[in-house]
Design a protein around this ligand. Structure first.
Ligand code: ITT
Length: 199
C-alpha cells in the first residue's frame, strides 16, 4: 500500500517515515520529493485545518485512488497572542530559514512577553482514503520557549522549545523523544490506529 504525504518539509517527512516504519512497515511512504512536476497550492487558509485540507485536497486531485495525507502545524506562543501559529514556517518572511524564524521569535518574546514563555505546538492532519473519505487527526505538545537556542536535532523551532516536565529543548531531546511525545506523533498515532483497523 502507498501513502502519499503532501509535504516538502524534510524534517516532518523523516519523523513520519520513522513512525510508519515502526508500526506499519508494509506501507510505502511517498512525498512531494517523489512528484517533481507537482506544484503546491498557496496555503491561504485561516486555520491549521484549512491549510491541511488545502494541501491534502490538492494532492488527492492528482492521486485519486490512493491514501493521501497532509498536515499543517505550527507554534502558538501565549504571550504573542498565539503567533506565529499558522505563519510559523514564514514568520521572519516568505523564504525565511528556520534559524531566522527562531531569531525573530526570541526577539519578539524578549520584547513582548519575557516573563510568560508558555507555548504549544499544534498539528492538524487531514487524510483521504482511496474512496475519498476525509479523516482529521489532531495533536498538541505543550511547553515553553527557552531563552537561547540549544541542541542539534530536529527542525524549525525545536532548538527553543522545552516540552512540559522537561528541562531540555526538543533539539537536545532528539528524535526518539519527539516521536513518542510530539504533536505530530500524537496525530500520527491516531491515524495509524485507524489505518490498522481498516487494513
Ligand atoms: P509543508 O507545508 O510542505 O508540509 P511547511 O514547513 O511549510 O511544510 P507548515 O506550513 O505546516 O509546513 O509549517 C510548519 C512550520 O511550523 C514549520 O516550518 C516549523 O517552523 C514549525 N513546526 C511545526 N512542527 C514543528 C516541529 O515538530 N518542530 C519544530 N518546528 C515545527
Amino acid at each position: 500500500m502507498e501513502l502519499w504525504i503532501a509535504t516538502s518539509n524534510r524534517g516532518k517527512l523523516n519523523e513520519f517515515k520513522l513512525l510508519f516504519e515502526k508500526e506499519l512497515p508494509q506501507i510505502k511512504i511517498l512525498s512531494l520529493a517523489d512528484f517533481p512536476t507537482y506544484s503546491s497550492p498557496p496555503e491561504n487558509g485561516q486555520s491549521f485545518l484549512d491549510n491541511a485540507r488545502i494541501k491534502a485536497r490538492s494532492l488527492k486531485a492528482m492521486k485519486p485512488n490512493t491514501w493521501v495525507m497532509a498536515e499543517d502545524s505550527g507554534l502558538e506562543v501565549e504571550g504573542l497572542g498565539n503567533l506565529p501559529g499558522i505563519h510559523s514556517a514564514r514568520y521572519a518572511g516568505p523564504k525565511a530559514a528556520d534559524s531566522e524564524n527562531v531569531a525573530k521569535l526570541l526577539k519578539m518574546i524578549q520584547i513582548r512577553s519575557s516573563a510568560n514563555r508558555a507555548a504549544q505546538f499544534q498539528c492538524c492532519m487531514v487524510v483521504f482514503n482511496p474512496q475519498g473519505e476525509e479523516m482529521i487527526f489532531n495533536g498538541v505538545l505543550k511547553g515553553q520557549i527557552a531563552k537561547t537556542t540549544a541542541g542539534q536535532h530536529g527542525f524549525g523551532y525545536d532548538p527553543v522549545f522545552i516540552p512540559e516536565n522537561e528541562t531540555k529543548t526538543l533539539a537536545e531531546l532528539g528524535m526518539g523523544y519527539k516521536n513518542k511525545h510530539s504533536h505530530r506523533a500524537s496525530a500520527t498515532a491516531k491515524f495509524i490506529e485507524k489505518l490498522k483497523a481498516s487494513l
